[in-house]
Design a protein around this ligand. Structure first.
Ligand SMILES: [Mg+2]
Length: 259
């Protein structure tokens, strides 16, 4: 692979959690880096798999942290899932989501007994055998499975934490079905953001802390993948991954010297 130069890039996609902030703490230099990139006129979009808060709440958070990000520049799985489901004709939904995320689906009919689509997002400590078994029966009876993302784990103040990809994959395995995945690493999620900037994938780089979802997903969609060593980054995981980032940098702050 020839050495990748960020100067050949016309647009950037950023993951939020683990790249610009971890929990409520900003990554050093994140605010200044976004200001610098926007000052240069480089288009950016922000792709997060966060399903723990609504888009409004997420935007409030980025604003409170001082990040120069427009609400329209943020792509969240609930926002894109709602758009996808509306195109499907507003099917009856069972929402396995936190209350704050359910807001995004307020316009859809909800049916806990005979849903057409089961929407899975972050569900915290409420996962248990009886819920999984109930979902299993609904899927066996014809309900479709829609996963807001298929993340393996993420970084919290307490360290690495199991993510919903484990439950989605378990349900797929037992039912013999394949979930429709909305967020990273789904190719379509990256493509929507690239199209929104009016660019082609080969001229866009994704900056993320997740080697599989951010870097691997972006590369499959035809983008360049840049791995940061903040957030959930772990050296051992990166070394044994089959995904090879186009570039690995210390943190988002390193971008200022490379663009
Ligand atoms: Mg992340």
């Amino acid at each position: 692979m020839s050495r990748f130069n960020l100067k050949s890039i016309d647009g950037l996609l950023f993951d939020l959690d683990g790249v610009l902030f971890v929990g409520d703490d900003l990554v050093d230099g994140a605010v200044e880096t976004i200001d610098y990139i926007k000052g240069k006129g480089v288009p950016c979009r922000f792709l997060t798999n966060t399903t723990t808060r609504s888009l409004d709440a997420l935007y409030q958070k980025t604003s409170r942290l001082g990040l120069n990000i427009e609400k329209e520049e943020i792509f969240t799985p609930p926002k894109i899932a709602a758009r996808y489901l509306r195109k499907r004709g507003s099917p009856r939904l069972l929402l396995v989501l936190q209350e704050s995320t359910k807001q995004e689906f307020a316009g859809f009919p909800q049916d806990d007994v005979n849903p057409e689509v089961i929407v899975i997002g972050h569900y915290s400590d409420w996962w248990n055998y009886s819920l999984l078994n109930r979902l299993f029966h609904l899927i066996m009876n014809g309900a479709e499975l829609l996963a807001l993302h298929k993340g393996r784990y993420w970084e919290t103040e307490k360290g690495l934490t199991l993510d919903i990809g484990a439950f989605v994959t378990g349900l797929e395995y037992s039912t013999g079905t394949t979930a429709k995945v909305i967020g990273k690493p789904a190719e379509e999620f990256f493509r929507l953001a690239v199209e929104d900037m009016g660019l082609t994938p080969d001229k866009v780089a994704m900056i993320g802390d997740d080697i599989a979802s951010d870097v691997g997903g972006a590369q499959l969609a035809g983008l360049k993948g840049v791995l940061v060593k903040t957030g959930k980054y772990r050296k051992e995981v990166a070394e044994r991954s089959s995904v090879k980032p186009n570039l690995t940098i210390e943190s988002v702050a390193s971008l200022r010297q490379l663009l």
